[in-house]
Design a protein around this ligand. Structure first.
Ligand code: GLC
Length: 551
């Protein structure tokens, strides 16, 4: 595999000024954002009508989860046609109008690209099924004969991320690989036609005017040669912590080098961000070398507990890992695949990213607000998932019969129960589906949605929405917020983080008790909770509260 070496200076300089280096990027999950046609499912027209809300919120860009033609076996991450909009979401004309309106409002648009697998309804896969073993159409996916005398055993021992074997047998006896649901066959990225097709898809959307791509399962495209067995290891335990023969193979980087060249052919600083789950931040940094992608999600940060020592170490490691490659660090607390952070932090013990229990909501919200202000204080780019600006909790009590997450049905998967963070968001205190649309909502919304709606929170200075608005406005105005590549830590009592950048100081009390510290210089710009009492050179920080200060 080609090993990367540093690129010419000019590329480095261009990167150092990109809009995306400190951008706040808002994730819209199209099914659940706003529904214009009243079918209970969000759509592009709904999103377009709410763009002024996003501009006013103060984000720089909007990333849209997939809206392409899809049978929706995995909520659109199973794409049947990469150049068409699913009728449920609208048309290409709607996409065009959405991109134009966003640009007029100063918002950039990032679309989701799903290159690891297609839908089983994709024309190529249907053809592969029809044309049978040995056909050129089969070579674009991973088809293999089974093991055992009658071929009734899967070709290797890999498991699907959603649970169960990663192989499904077709009528003629061959098996095909799917790292996710059986409706999501993996492409064979060793096949030149696959690489060509995706270069063409990139150009299609760049020509449509999008500002970038979020690359789904960016670490999965290339599989280890010969598709070797894992050898009886507990795959689910290994995921995310060890090298796997189907994830983070060096060959994926050749793909991103070729994409970077395409992005740079276009004007306007187009970017790509990798969804790459790798064992370490150092491995993640490989995806954002100067000739590859621009950003990668920081899942190590997302997985960090509400714990000062842990947070500090992840922040340091993330900044450190990005430094040699010159990419900005990124920060993210929630997305459509994990339990919302207001619910993760609603527990006193440290839990993972998939939680089934609502916990102490007030505690969760207090910590979530503090976690957000800490995140927005860090150098680099931050991702906000729709509804977190309302402090929404996960809906942990959805009845089983309404669930749609394929991981739930396959059981024992790595993910599962992801519907709880995908419940359509509330715009109004009452009315049909709390203003989500004129019809119902594809997942039932809990009663508390009314009091958490945009309408209920607008103008209330204590609301989470107004906190986000003020935080994003402050971040735009203050030169030290989001900027640079490092922070200076100031000595602080256990459980408290104090970081400085230029004239800016951020204090985070990550404990459940008030803590006294030497008062930072300057005035309080913003607090996620109670404003600290300052007297005699000391400040008392409220429990689970982050404060921004500036000279
Ligand atoms: C990514 C998406 C997730 C999807 C999976 C398969 O992890 O974020 O929602 O299920 O890829 O495409």
């Amino acid at each position: 595999m080609t090993q990367h070496t540093a690129l010419p200076e000019t590329v480095g300089e261009a990167r150092a000024t990109g809009w995306w280096r400190d951008a706040v990027i808002y994730q819209v999950y199209p099914r659940s954002f706003a529904d214009a046609d009243g079918d209970g499912m969000g759509d592009l027209e709904g999103i377009r009508s709410r763009l002024p809300y996003l501009a006013e919120l103060g984000v720089d860009a909007v990333w849209l989860s997939p809206f392409y033609a899809s049978p929706q076996a995995d909520a659109g991450y199973d794409v049947a046609d990469y150049r068409a909009i699913d009728p449920m979401f609208g048309t290409l004309l709607d996409a065009d109008a959405l991109i134009r309106d966003a640009h007029e409002l100063g918002l950039r648009i990032i679309v989701d690209l799903v290159p690891n697998h297609s839908s089983d309804q994709h024309e190529w896969f249907q053809r592969a099924l029809r044309e049978g073993p040995g056909s050129p159409a089969r070579a674009r996916y991973h088809f293999r004969p089974g093991k055992g005398a009658d071929g009734s055993q899967p070709p290797n021992d890999w498991e699907s991320i959603f649970g169960g074997p990663a192989w499904t047998r077709v009528e003629d006896g061959e098996w095909y690989l799917h790292l996710f649901a059986p409706e999501q066959p993996d492409f064979n990225w060793e096949h030149p036609a696959v690489a060509d097709e995706f270069r063409s898809i990139l150009r299609f959307w760049l020509d449509m005017g999008v500002d970038g791509f979020r690359v789904d399962v960016a670490h999965g495209l290339v599989k280890a040669e010969g598709l070797p067995d894992l050898g009886g290891a507990d795959q689910l335990k290994l995921l995310g912590s060890d090298a796997m023969p189907f994830f983070d193979q060096d060959g994926v980087h050749d793909v991103y080098r070729s994409w970077r060249k395409i992005l740079e052919e276009y004007d306007g600083d187009r970017i790509a961000v990798a969804e790459a789950w790798t064992p370490t931040v150092e491995r993640t940094a490989n995806y954002v070398r100067p000739d590859e992608l621009h950003q990668a999600f920081n899942f190590q940060y997302l997985g960090t507990h509400w714990d000062a020592a842990e947070l500090r170490s992840v922040i340091d490691n993330s900044l450190e890992a990005m430094r040699p490659v010159g990419a900005p660090a990124t920060w993210v607390l929630s997305n459509h695949d994990v339990t919302r952070h207001a619910t993760r932090f609603a527990h006193d013990q440290h839990l993972g990213t998939q939680i089934r229990d609502a916990g102490d909501r007030a505690l969760g919200l207090r910590r979530a607000r503090a976690a957000t202000l800490l995140m927005l204080a860090l150098p680099g780019s931050a991702y906000v998932y729709q509804g977190e600006e309302l402090g929404l909790p996960d809906v942990t009590d959805l009845p089983d019969e309404v669930r749609q997450d394929p991981a739930y049905f396959r059981g024992a998967g790595q993910d599962g129960f992801r519907d709880g963070c995908r419940v359509p968001i509330p715009w109004t205190t009452g009315g049909t589906s709390y203003g989500f649309g004129p019809g119902g909502s594809w997942l039932p919304q809990p009663e508390v949605w009314g009091s958490l709606s945009v309408e209920a929170q607008t103008g209330d200075p204590d609301s989470t929405l107004e906190l986000y608005r003020r935080a994003l406005a402050t971040r735009r105005e203050h030169p030290d917020l989001g900027a640079g590549e490092s922070v200076a830590w100031v000595d602080a009592p256990e459980g408290v983080l104090v970081l400085r950048r230029g004239a800016f100081v951020c204090t985070a009390n990550v404990t459940g008790e008030p803590v006294r510290i030497p008062a930072p210089a300057g005035r309080v710009l913003l607090a996620s909770g109670e404003t600290p009492a300052v007297s005699g050179g000391e400040a008392v920080l409220a429990p689970d509260t982050t404060v921004w200060w500036s000279e």
